[in-house]
Design a protein around this ligand. Structure first.
Ligand code: GLU
Length: 494
């Protein structure tokens, strides 16, 4: 097994959108494939027709693309082991089941639900250590079975677990060797009477036919694994390595759910999380590079991910840590990347940059330099940059800021002095340094506190008290409009 090329799969059921838990499973599979030069397969487990929808499949594919988890085989890209949706593989499951039946490794069972319930109750009554299916039809004469099938009696197909099979030991990369007592194994159903395969059967047929070497999935499936091992053994296929990853919990220690906030990947996309930051955060929910590194970019994940650093303890979803990682990703972007990937698209969408209007690159980079440090989420761009895009007539003044910084005794004199100082800066030298240089001496000249002076000018120019650094902002606004804003604000000052 060790020298076989790695083939892993992510097999979501399209019964809902892509949940953060599923996304983390997908990330681990993807990273494991990439780190081992292997193949990452996406398979749609849509065998539950009542709950699976095409719409959900599309949402999952879209979320996978947003996460940047490219798959080598699967929907839309194809591959040599398709089809990659279980509903399209029904014939393959039928053939595999038929083969087991022909080989005497599976058999039809005609027991009614009532009979099964009565058998179970009786086993409980007599405290039988074996509580599973009582193997009623296991040794039925094949001729009788055929007669009943021909007569139209409903039946399921059960796997014939060898009576001497003994305990099943699952070798799990996360949990170590997990032993399942032979008494827990009964001849379980592999095909239902309606002609559909059960999950434990279809999954193993697929994993075996697709040559999956490592099954990495949520540990809610650990209890299914001994049954799946029985199917591999019956099919004569090699049993893959397993890695069952822990659950994700909310802060209260309960399984992560809607109660804790957003659980679907696309809700995070829509809230403005960067795909890279989100993938980094989810990767750390149960895996670590070295026990301390928090920023693990995608390329590091794709080269360094390993199953031996996956923890078996449940991971707690911590929105604050996610936000911290998001801030780190934004902080570490170059101004130019921030402008291209976040700022310009946001400004464009808000209509602040008109389609087709070309802004000078230096101007855009200067704007990015002051907007980036104030941006936690892409949507912040618009509010941070709004004063720059306004003009003297349209600038919105924040009432509280005006009351606190402008509509006070003595502010009129400050604005007058600022106007005079700024008038002395020529239009062709309207730079942040020149503006700061002109305004710098004002507090002393006016015998006023620095904070009060700059607050008044800031509110006059930007309409609020939280805008980016004054010199840089005013340089971007432009000289004429800065002076016009002072004139407009003068009427509010006392
Ligand atoms: N469709 C199953 C799920 O979404 C896949 C389980 C598996 O990976 O075997 O839980």
């Amino acid at each position: 097994m060790a020298d076989k090329p790695v083939r892993v799969r992510f097999a979501p059921s399209p019964t809902g959108k892509l949940h953060v838990g599923g996304a983390r499973t997908a990330i681990y599979n993807w990273a494991f494939a990439r780190a081992n030069g292997g193949t990452f397969i996406l398979r749609i487990d849509d065998t539950d027709p009542t709950r699976s929808t095409d719409e959900n499949t599309q949402i999952i594919l879209r979320a996978m693309r947003w996460l940047g988890l490219d798959w080598d085989e699967g929907p839309e890209v194809g591959g040599d082991f398709g089809p990659y949706a279980q509903t399209e593989r029904l014939d393959l499951y039928k053939q595999a089941a038929q083969r087991l039946w022909d080989e005497g490794k599976a058999y039809p069972c005609f027991c009614t639900p009532e009979k099964l319930a009565a058998d179970r109750a009786a086993a409980q009554e007599r405290k039988d250590p074996f509580q599973g299916y009582q193997r009623t039809c296991r040794d039925m004469d094949p001729a009788e079975a055929q007669r009943r099938i021909d007569a139209g009696e409903p039946y399921v197909l059960r796997i014939k677990v060898p009576l001497d099979r003994g305990d099943v030991i699952v070798h799990d990369a996360v949990h170590g060797d997990v032993t399942f007592n032979a008494k827990e194994l009964d001849d379980f159903v592999i095909f239902r009477s309606d002609g559909t395969p059960t999950y434990n059967f279809a999954t193993v047929v697929d994993d075996a036919m697709m040559g999956i070497t490592h099954v990495i999935r949520g540990d809610d499936h650990l209890s299914n694994t001994p049954r799946q091992v029985m199917v591999y053994e019956a099919l004569g296929a090699p049993v893959p390595e397993f890695a069952h990853i822990s659950m994700i919990l909310g802060a209260d220690g309960k399984k992560l759910s809607k109660r804790h906030g957003a659980t679907n990947v696309e809700e995070y996309r829509d809230a403005g999380y960067l795909s890279d930051a989100f993938v980094n955060y989810l990767a750390l929910l149960g895996w670590s590079l070295d026990g301390e590194t928090t920023i693990v970019p995608r390329d590091v994940l794709a080269s360094k991910f390993s199953l031996d650093h996956v923890s078996k303890n449940p991971a707690t979803f911590d929105p604050k840590k996610l936000d911290w990682i998001q801030a780190e990703y934004i902080r570490s972007m170059t101004d130019a990347d921030f402008a291209d990937q976040i700022m310009v698209p946001e400004l464009h969408e808000a209509g602040l940059i008109e389609g087709g209007v070309e802004y000078d690159e230096t101007w855009i980079d200067a704007l990015a330099a002051i907007v980036k440090p104030r941006t936690k989420f892409p949507a912040d761009v618009v509010s941070v940059a709004a004063p720059v895009f306004a003009c003297a007539e349209t600038l919105e003044y924040d009432e509280k800021s005006v009351a606190k910084g402008l509509a006070k005794e003595g502010m009129g004199a400050i604005l007058d002095a600022a106007r005079e100082a700024l008038l002395a800066v020529p239009a062709d030298a309207w730079t942040p340094e020149a503006i700061d240089g002109a305004l710098g001496p004002l507090p002393e000249a006016l015998d006023a506190k620095k904070r009060i002076v700059f607050q008044a000018v800031r509110v006059a120019e930007c309409g609020n008290m939280v805008s980016p650094p004054l010199g840089e902002t005013m340089a971007l606004i432009g000289r004429d409009d800065c002076l016009a804003r002072l004139d407009r604000a003068r009427a509010m000052a006392l």
